[in-house]
Structures are given as structure tokens and as C-alpha cells.
Design a protein around this ligand. Structure first.
Ligand SMILES: C[S@@+](CC[C@H](N)C(=O)[O-])C[C@H]1O[C@@H](n2cnc3c(N)ncnc32)[C@H](O)[C@@H]1O
Length: 456
């Protein structure tokens, strides 16, 4: 880059990639039926991952996403016969990814739901009393409940936050308290059910357990208190077991992927060692041939705070989540973080690996300007990828999808929160770069579910 350009901070021109963004032409819910299990901020569509999975991996290959979010890349990879590996530092994202790549069978999920329903019927009296007590005095001395996952066994009780109590009808709250206490998140089937419940916890239609807030994210707790007081809000009664049963019907519209993947909880910077150990334990290849990921955006999303009702249900601490994640960086620390992440990836990549980074060009954050957001992809190349020896195949644009996504999140005011997503396509080495370039023009089959998976 010319010195003058650096001083003016003009975006560096990077070569455009000859890769048609056909994912924009697909239906909104294109891909496996597990994808929409729960909404997740700043997630990309499954169709986008397919554009790269189809071109740059074959059945049996390992496809990795070090910032997996709700597990889109890893699930779509498994659904296409690849070994999808998703890693995230957010325990909520990890739960969603694990639920999708190591799911329960339909029979397991339905049987466990029936068991929970029977259990509830046997003891509902005491839980209804508890629910009524919490609803009558939210946050008060009577609102102490067993901890999530404690199974009702002796454990230090915890209080229910006022805003949680406000969000649900007392009977729905009692059922949620029961289910939350019984589900063990380290059990595959229970984890699947817990993830499915987070997807129906709040939203504006009859399939959701609370109508207090939209499905996309939790409203600020203070706003919830003020709104409830101002409008005398009373949530309609919704049956958790019926709602979950209907959600399972939707999720199992397609059978779970036949290929199992791997979900890891941890920092992207040290993903290689953990992924390798996990893959070795599964008897799978230990290197990834493709990475499709979107790293944290620049100062946009607080995954704990915007999911506080879901994290409460799961027994996670929203504040702790936000304190650990790398979603609040300013530009320079962000670039250093990405450089470390790309360095950390290297040991687990095959020599001809293709690395696809979807980078949000963030210009404004809910109306406020963010300095240094524009031209971020170019800066990521120059300050993080090139110094780590990656080879640039080119940049693909994803403007329409980005616009739709962010407008939905924040409303009109923030219609331009992310102006354009840019997709940096890199090779781990020159061999990877050439593979990226030669695959770009390949025809991709968009039939879903696929007619047949190609054999190895
Ligand atoms: C833009 S989102 C990815 C969304 C994902 N592509 C999807 O479709 O759901 C970025 C993710 O990075 C995660 N994250 C933030 N800091 C991290 C770190 N140091 N290591 C791993 N993951 C991190 C966040 O929890 C978030 O899920």
C-alpha cells in the first residue's frame, strides 16, 4: 500500500473475486431444518456457507468455523457429508452449535419430552405454587428457585430476576422453572431440548412462550420493566411442553445430518490444539480443508446482554459472557486480535486450505458512527492475513444480504449498520489460493435437500 494511501486511510483496492453471490437468490430458510433452531445476532445464511462448502470441500473433509455463532457453517457442512467443526467462546453459541452437529435423534427428543411432561404432571402443584409466588413478588424473598440443571437436588437456590418473572404467565414460568431445573446441558438430548426452547422463548407470534419482546434479541431489562409497568403487561398463558413439541416437529422436518461434527468451547486463538484433539478422538482427519467464518463485528453486538432471557434459562451469566468475548474492540486491537486468530488457525489447516472470512463493513452502530469501520476487510487483509503468510484470492461482496440482516435487527434507524459484508477469500498457501481461484467459476447445485451426496 502506498504511504499516502495509508495516511489518508483510503480503502486499499483488493482484487474482486469472480464468484457470483447466488446465495442471495435462495429462499430465506434455505438449508437444513436445524438452522433456524434459535435466532442469533449477526449470523450469516446457510446458503452463503454452501457456496463455499460445495466449491472448496468434499465429503469427508473437515470444515471449520472458529467463530461458529449458532453453528451455521458446521451444521451445513455436516448436512453435506463433511465433518463440521464449530468453535465459539460464548457458551450460548457453543450450546447451539453442539445441539446441531451432535443432535439428539427424533426418538430421543420426543421420548425425553414425554418424560418431562409426565414428571411435570406428577409434581406440578409445588411448581405452580412456586411460579405464583415468584410472579406475585418478583425479585423478592419468595422468588428463590433451584438452579438450572440442579435436578431439584439440594443446591444453593437463586433468585429470579424481576424482568424474567414479568416476561411470562405464572403457569408458563412454573413450567420453565421446572424444565430448566431438570435439563442437564452436558447430556446430548437435554442440550438439544434446551437449545430448542431458547428458540421459542420470546417472539411475537403464538409459537413463543413470551410475547414481551421480539425473537431476534432480548430488550434491555430496564425497558422491559418500564414497558410492563406502563402497559400493565400480562403475558398470555403458553404451555411449554406443547410449544416444545411443535418446535421439535419443525426441527425434524428433515432427518438430522448423518455425519457428526464437533462443537468446541474456547478462544479462536487456540482452536487448533483443541480441534485436533477432538478430531483425533473421533478418528477423523486432523486438518481442515476449508474455513468459513465471520469474526466478531467491530463494536456491534453484546451477545450476553442481547440474550439475557435465554442465558437466564440456560443458567449462564450474561455479564460474564460479554466480559470474555471479543466483540467490543476498537479497530486496532480488533486487527491484532484477528491476526492472532489467523496465526492460531494455521497449524490445523491443510496446505491447500481455503479460508473464507466474512467481514462486516460496519459504518454505524444503531445510528452512531463508528470510526474505522469502512474498508475493514482491506485492513484485515493488510494488517492480519498478509503478515501471517496467507495468500489473497480476492474479495467477494454480499451487500444485499447484509442490508436485510441488519435492518431486521435494529429497525430503520440502523438500516445501514453494516453497509456491505465483504468476503475475503484466502489460501493457506499458494496452493490454497489457486484452488480458491479455480473453484470460483464452478457451478453449484442449489437443490435442497440434495439429491445425493457425492461419494469420496
Ligand atoms: C459474527 S458472529 C458469528 C456468527 C456465525 N457466523 C453464525 O452464522 O451464527 C461472531 C462470533 O464470535 C464469537 N466470539 C467473540 N470473541 C471470540 C473469541 N475470542 N473466540 C471465539 N469466538 C469468539 C461470538 O460469540 C460470536 O458468536
Amino acid at each position: 500500500m502506498a504511504a499516502g494511501q495509508l495516511a489518508l486511510e483510503l480503502p486499499l483496492e483488493l482484487p474482486a473475486m469472480e464468484l457470483a453471490p447466488e446465495w442471495k437468490d435462495q429462499q430465506r430458510l434455505w438449508g437444513h431444518a436445524f438452522h433456524p433452531m434459535c435466532s442469533y445476532l449477526a449470523s450469516f445464511p446457510a446458503a452463503l456457507t454452501h457456496a463455499f462448502i460445495a466449491r472448496y470441500s468434499r465429503p469427508g473433509d473437515v470444515v471449520l468455523d472458529p467463530f461458529s455463532g449458532r453453528g451455521t457453517t458446521a451444521l451445513q457442512a455436516c448436512a453435506e457429508g463433511r465433518i463440521g467443526v464449530g468453535n465459539d467462546l460464548n457458551p450460548f453459541a457453543h450450546l447451539l452449535t453442539a445441539a446441531k452437529v451432535q443432535p439428539a435423534t427424533k426418538a430421543e427428543a420426543v421420548t425425553r419430552l414425554a418424560q418431562l411432561r409426565l414428571g411435570w404432571n406428577a409434581v406440578s402443584g409445588e411448581w405452580l405454587t412456586l411460579g405464583a409466588r415468584v410472579a406475585a413478588d418478583p425479585g423478592g424473598a419468595g422468588s428463590m428457585v433451584p438452579r438450572a440443571g440442579s435436578g431439584g437436588a439440594a443446591s444453593t437456590p437463586e433468585s429470579v430476576p424481576v424482568e424474567v418473572a414479568l416476561a411470562f404467565h405464572p403457569r408458563t414460568l412454573a413450567q420453565l422453572l421446572y424444565v430448566r431445573t431438570m435439563l442437564k446441558l452436558d447430556d446430548r438430548t437435554d442440550r438439544f431440548l434446551a437449545a430448542a426452547i431458547t428458540g421459542i422463548l420470546h417472539g411475537k407470534s403464538a409459537s413463543y412462550l413470551s410475547v414481551l419482546m421480539p425473537n431476534t434479541f432480548s430488550m434491555a431489562p430496564r425497558y422491559v420493566r418500564d414497558f410492563a409497568a406502563r402497559t400493565d403487561f400480562v403475558s398470555p398463558e403458553r404451555d411449554v411442553f406443547d410449544g416444545l413439541g411443535r418446535k421439535l416437529d419443525r426441527l425434524y422436518r428433515q432427518p438430522p445430518p448423518r455425519t457428526e461434527g464437533l462443537a468446541l468451547l474456547g478462544d479462536a486463538r487456540d482452536v487448533a490444539e483443541r480441534a485436533r484433539a477432538g478430531l483425533r478422538a473421533m478418528g477423523r482427519p486432523e486438518r481442515a480443508r476449508l474455513v468459513v467464518t465471520s469474526p466478531p463485528y467491530l463494536r456491534v453486538v453484546k451477545y450476553g446482554y442481547y440474550n439475557w432471557l435465554r442465558t437466564w434459562f440456560l443458567g449462564f451469566d450474561a455479564r460474564e459472557i460479554d466480559a470474555t468475548l471479543d466483540d467490543a474492540h476498537h479497530r486496532e486491537p480488533y486487527l491484532a486480535f484477528l491476526r492472532d486468530s489467523l496465526a492460531g488457525l494455521r497449524p490445523i489447516l491443510t496446505d491447500d486450505a481455503v479460508v473464507v472470512l466474512v467481514i462486516g463493513d460496519v459504518e454505524t452502530d444503531r445510528g452512531r458512527k463508528i470510526r474505522g469501520g469502512v474498508g475493514l476487510a482491506e485492513r484485515v487483509w493488510e494488517a492480519a492475513a498478509e503478515p501471517e503468510g496467507y495468500k489473497l484470492a480476492g474479495v467477494a461482496l454480499d451487500d444485499v444480504a447484509a442490508n436485510r440482516k441488519m435492518t431486521k435487527l435494529w429497525g430503520d434507524e440502523a438500516g445501514q449498520a453494516t453497509k456491505t459484508d465483504r468476503i475475503l477469500v484466502l489460501g493457506a498457501t499458494e496452493a490454497g489460493r489457486r484452488r480458491a481461484l479455480s473453484g470460483a467459476a464452478m457451478d453449484v447445485d442449489w437443490t435442497w435437500p440434495p439429491r445425493a451426496l457425492r461419494p469420496l
